[in-house]
Design a protein around this ligand. Structure first.
Ligand code: ZN
Length: 183
């Protein structure tokens, strides 16, 4: 299979699996917008040189947020991509607070490519926070989310200059909007 066919197959897969999901922002964007943005950031950051990384970017939430299992993902996309997705998958049996805490703890330990996915994911989420904040989130909640995002992201810096830059831009915009002094 060519690279372009493989990437499009990943998007077709996630479009089906996340079909009923929406982003939690006030505009309730289709979930796939987030997956496309993450994959796009990764494709640009690596000049399209790492097809598996772009595919893992498209697939990064499919185990965490749908009923797809690691075995099913391996059968469809292989062990390498599944391992990358698992590195950025939260354990949903844990509480929200515990999952957030663990992300800070594990970010320094994951592989370099998983760190790139994490940085692209956090960038997309902070951009969404600015463009379409969740209805029920007040300034304090948005500040806390921006601060936490950066606590995770700093462990992923230094690998890709473009991703470092776009994350910092997204962070500054989110921090400013939430009334937090940007670092
Ligand atoms: Zn995500």
């Amino acid at each position: 299979m060519t690279d372009i066919a493989a990437v499009v197959r990943a998007f077709d897969f996630v479009a089906r699996k996340h079909v009923a999901q929406r982003r939690k922002g006030k505009n309730e964007e289709p979930y796939i917008n987030h997956l496309i943005e993450v994959a796009h950031l990764l494709a640009e950051a690596t000049n399209g040189a790492d097809t598996a990384l772009v595919m893992a970017g498209a697939l990064h939430d499919v185990i965490e947020d749908t009923d797809v299992t690691a075995d099913e993902l391996t059968a469809s996309f292989g062990a390498e991509i599944t391992a990358l997705v698992l590195e950025v998958t939260d354990d949903k049996s844990l509480s929200y607070a515990e999952r957030k805490r663990r992300q800070i703890e594990t970010a320094p330990l994951i592989s370099a490519r998983a760190k790139l996915i994490k940085l692209a994911d956090k960038t997309s989420n902070l951009r969404s926070l600015v463009a379409s904040p969740p209805k029920l989130w007040d300034g304090a909640r948005r500040r806390e989310y921006a601060r936490w995002s950066r606590e995770v992201a700093v462990h992923c810096f230094g690998l890709n200059a473009m991703l470092d830059r776009v994350f910092e831009e997204a962070y500054r915009a989110a921090a400013k909007q939430a009334g937090l002094e940007a670092a």
